[in-house]
Design a protein around this ligand. Structure first.
Ligand code: NAP
Length: 324
């Protein structure tokens, strides 16, 4: 069994030498536990913040993962079951039923979707639209980091919610074109092409009703400028600041008062009770092929660190996932 450890803390943009691949002895399967071989591992932006002070050095790292049970000493799991758990960044993991859950394999639903549109990623998008901003049919929504995991899931869900116009921003023209041609966005722009506020005004000549913020900083300021009176902001993340390169707070925060906007942050982990609704809504759509889980899959445990760094650089389309 091999695990990846953090061996030093980053200063700005992280690099591969901050991580080490460490071979370890397989853990003993104690009563109440099961040993799984990990099949899929998730890399996520929040992990960049964990590198600063949350993850311990020279210790196993956490991260969402899907594994197949190899050996079980708990009645909840049998050999061959698929289990979702938080012991990622390693080839094998010891899990307990209290800290993991069984994944039901369904025809027409790729397993990796449980780390993508059916996982915390899709749930974040669902909560942003359904619970926080309460997106209504016919409304215009702007989504930043639109070509990523949460962004693509939000774009697809916005269409299911009946949004009138779905606009996205992303880091390259190729990804912007992909959003329109493959993911179903009505308009998308590259935020590097000019002032974000100008690109957004052009894409949303009548303004926007809802902004799903994955980025913070200048994206948030632009959205505040273009939002209609009494518009809503669901604040999901601030990836532009995770490497400490940019301020999170927008220059025009006080316009929230004059425009009577509502800005609400949320944590997906506090909204796990919405998962059954997400499954009910999406599994039939996935099975019918009307919705797909947008994913970039990197093959091989050796590629885990590079997949994480590439995700931070924006090289993913949809959710970045590593397949072992
Ligand atoms: P993701 O969007 O798949 O990957 C991160 C993306 O961020 C990259 O693909 C890159 O795409 C973009 N990015 C990187 N640096 C940027 C910058 N300086 N400015 C603008 N965009 C930048 O990741 P995700 O998992 O779906 O997460 C998206 C956001 O949601 C993150 O902020 C994350 O922290 C947040 N989140 C929050 C919760 C919650 O509970 N609140 C849960 C899940 C995720 P480009 O090519 O477009 O730059």
């Amino acid at each position: 069994m091999t695990e990846i450890q953090l061996v030093a803390r980053p200063n700005g943009v992280p690099t591969a030498d901050l991580f080490a691949f460490v071979d370890t002895e397989p853990p003993e399967v104690q009563p109440g536990t099961a040993l799984v071989a990990n099949l899929y591992l998730s890399v996520d932006p929040y992990m960049r913040e964990c590198m600063d002070d949350i993850w311990e050095l020279n210790s196993p790292l956490e991260g969402r993962a899907l594994g197949r049970v190899l050996e079980s000493r708990t009645p909840e799991y049998k050999v061959g079951d698929i289990v979702f758990h938080g012991n990622g960044w390693r080839t094998h993991a010891l899990v307990t039923p209290g800290e993991s859950r069984l994944i039901k394999e369904e025809a027409g639903v790729p397993l990796s979707a449980h780390l993508g549109i059916l996982g915390g990623t899709g749930l974040s998008a669902y909560v942003a639209l359904g619970r926080v901003s309460k997106l209504q049919p016919g409304e215009t929504i702007f989504i930043s980091a639109a070509a990523g995991g949460v962004g693509t899931a939000a774009g697809r869900l916005a269409k299911l919610f009946g949004a009138g116009r779905v606009i996205g921003s992303t880091g390259s023209r190729g990804k912007a074109e992909h959003l329109v041609s493959e993911v179903g966005f009505d308009a998308a722009f590259c935020y590097r092409d000019g002032p974000i506020v100008d690109s957004l005004a052009k894409a949303a000549p009548d303004g926007i009703d809802v902004y799903l913020d994955n980025v913070g900083g200048e994206h948030l300021a632009a959205a505040i400028d273009i939002l209609k009176q009494r518009g809503r902001i669901a604040w999901c993340g601030a990836v532009s600041s995770y490497n400490h390169e940019a301020p999170v707070a927008p220059r025009n925060l006080f316009d929230i008062v004059g425009k009577e906007l509502r800005l609400e942050g949320f944590l997906v982990r506090e909204n796990l009770d919405a998962r059954p609704e997400l499954y009910d809504r999406l599994i039939p759509e996935l099975q019918a092929g009307r919705v797909v889980s947008d994913e970039t899959i990197v093959t091989g445990f050796d590629g885990m660190v590079e997949a994480f760094l590439a995700m931070l650089r924006g090289e993913n389309r949809g959710k970045m996932i590593v397949r072992l």
